[in-house]
Design a protein around this ligand. Sequence first.
Ligand code: B12
Length: 187
Amino acid sequence: MKKVTLIYPPHKFGVPKAYGMPPLGVLYIAASLRRHGYEPIVLDFLLNGYSLNACIKDVVATGADVVGISVMTNRLYTSLQIARGIKKAAPDVAVVFGGAHINATGPDVMANLELGAYVDACIMKESEESFVDYLNGNTPPGLIFRDDNGEVQQNPAIIPSFDLDSRTCAISLMFRLTTYLFSEKAR
Ligand code: B12
């Protein structure tokens, strides 16, 4: 089974956050991965204020086959820097972007930016099921990928009709909430 690491990137490297909010998007995805038998690791770099090098070291140390990064627009550049760092340190690791920026801009990141070359795939919209599908070697709705000619392609995204009560609680998963409320050390 593939090893998966999920990252919540910082806006700036080296700036520890005095408080924070749990990264709900990645935690819901982590909950779904667990339900499907994976043992994901979540690294919240917004909270712990690492330098870029420390982030890369931490990610590579997890031994991940696939790294998922949750990207908001204000963290696009740091996310791309992390993607590049991972690819330079461990070229075989697949880097996948998702989150608010990808939901809004679709294929632009992979198609237009020089650093987009370090991103293997993006998944748009709610990705609890589609990320698992991608890990299983499929091309789910919302997947943005490069075809055999290197052209960026996009599968139309659909919003899955989840039964909300069936979702695993994201919060109880991996972090103690006090980490966020009282600035205790993460992990
Ligand atoms: C609640 C919320 C907040 C809360 C955060 C609560 C928390 N626990 O994190 C607060 C009030 C603190 C907040 C602050 C900000 N927010 Co806000 N926030 C939201 C809101 C309403 C919901 C976000 C959420 O938790 N959704 C639930 C989770 C489960 O969904 P999700 O994060 O989207 O994740 C899903 C998918 O995106 C995807 N996904 C996510 N990550 C990944 C990663 C991978 C690898 C994959 C495959 C998929 C994937 O799958 C997830 C599960 O379905 C959204 C609007 C919206 N309706 O989405 C705006 C939104 C995310 N916020 C936004 C902004 C701009 C901000 C601020 C920058 C505002 C400011 N000027 O300070 C700050 C930044 C905070 C930060 N963390 O850096 C924008 C982002 C726009 C953009 N282009 O990036 C949004 C989209 C609102 C908007 N339309 O403008 N926010």
